[in-house]
Design a protein. Structure first.
Ligand code: TYM
Length: 338
């Protein structure tokens, strides 16, 4: 009989720069929605993943704390969710090593994120960047997490996590790791650049005008939306009308996600309007939703000792969940003393 697993959500974000609207709509906002009775929720600042590309130590410290502030300011309650940074729970790297022996070179070679990040300079990228998805599988499976909310760009990594779980279970003849479900839902699972509708909104884009940062003030948010690239046509009333209009689709998706609505409902409302009318509506909505978060983040950042206490307490709770699962894994694998 198949084992039943406690419904448990795990997800992580790299503290490798400021948070963007993409991280907020594609991840954090959905993490908040999953908090509650149905699932245990575990959210992590994946600092060990961040250092697979160079991070200045002072920036990494600041970004980790700022990310924690971002989680809390957005509505993650550190009592009902487990909130911590990855490096403080060594079980992640311990299980990650086991998964390095389960994952195949061929599987990792197919990962598009590695190809994108390594670019033409594969020979000079870190071994950690290549092995990154095995550690990500460990993040998830060290808690036997059943559901992983992520943006579209992480789908391939969650699928690899499923492959690793299945191969481990098969090789050792056990039904030990769950085959985790990626949860990729809503209107904003892939928020695009405000300057180029074919590129993902990203903290690493050289143009600051391409993204909305969670620390942007109201003026910056409004200006970036005003200057966002669009086409000359009016908005359509039906979803079909967004075909081949990536910039229009992106702004409508952002509006829908931010307003907890659907693209259909938004278009029913704004269909026929020009961008000159729609953009101010979007800017007002974005400012109304994001300003309280950025001001709360700034307030929390003035109390770093509180943030550090929250992270320490979260790591303790995370270890209590992860340690027995790692111990059982070691026993299955045949480690004497486990
Ligand atoms: P990261 O840090 O790049 O991004 C964090 C989350 O934000 C989502 N995201 C977006 N969603 C929609 N539109 C965008 N433009 C956009 N940009 C980012 C990402 O999909 C992600 O959900 N490998 C992960 C971190 C990680 C992780 C894990 C995630 C490590 N271990 C275990 C889940 C479970 C990453 O680099 O995300």
């Amino acid at each position: 009989m198949a084992t039943t697993f406690t419904p448990r959500v795990f997800s992580g974000i790299q503290p490798s720069g400021g948070l963007t609207l993409g991280n907020y709509l594609g991840a954090i906002k959905r993490f908040v929605d999953m908090q509650g009775a149905e699932f245990e929720t575990i959210y992590c600042m994946v600092d060990l993943h961040a250092i697979t590309v160079w991070q200045d130590p002072a920036d990494l410290r600041k970004n980790t704390r700022e990310l924690c502030a971002g989680f809390i300011a957005s509505g993650i309650d550190p009592e009902s969710s487990v909130l911590f940074n990855q490096s403080q729970v060594p079980e992640h790297t311990q299980l990650g090593w086991i998964f390095n022996t389960v994952a195949r070179m061929g599987w990792l070679n197919r990962m598009t994120q590695f190809k994108d990040k390594a670019g033409k300079n594969r020979e000079n990228s870190s071994v950690g960047l290549f092995a990154y998805p095995a550690l990500m599988a460990a993040d998830i499976l060290v808690y036997h997490a059943t559901h992983v909310p992520v943006g579209e760009d992480q789908k391939q990594h969650v699928e690899l996590t499923r492959d690793i779980a299945a191969k481990f279970n098969h090789d050792y003849g056990v039904d030990f790791f769950p085959v985790t479900e990626p949860v990729i839902e809503g209107a904003a699972t892939r928020v695009m650049s405000l300057r180029d509708g074919s590129k993902k909104m990203s903290k690493s884009d050289p143009s600051d005008m391409s993204r909305i940062n969670m620390t942007d003030d109201a003026d910056a948010i409004a200006q970036k939306i005003r200057k966002a690239r669009t086409d000359p046509d009016a908005l359509p009333s039906e979803v079909d009308g967004l075909k081949d209009r990536p910039e229009a689709r992106n702004l409508v998706n952002i509006f829908a996600a931010m307003n907890d609505s659907t693209v259909e409902a938004v278009l029913a409302d704004v269909g026929g309007k020009q961008f000159s009318e729609f953009k101010p509506l979007l800017a007002d909505l974005a400012v109304a939703k994001l300003s309280p978060i950025s001001s709360e983040m700034a307030r929390l950042m003035e109390h770093q000792d509180e943030i550090d206490k929250i992270l320490a307490r979260g790591a303790e709770r995370a270890r209590a969940l992860a340690a027995p699962i790692l111990k059982q894994t070691y026993e299955i694998v045949g480690m004497v003393g486990a």
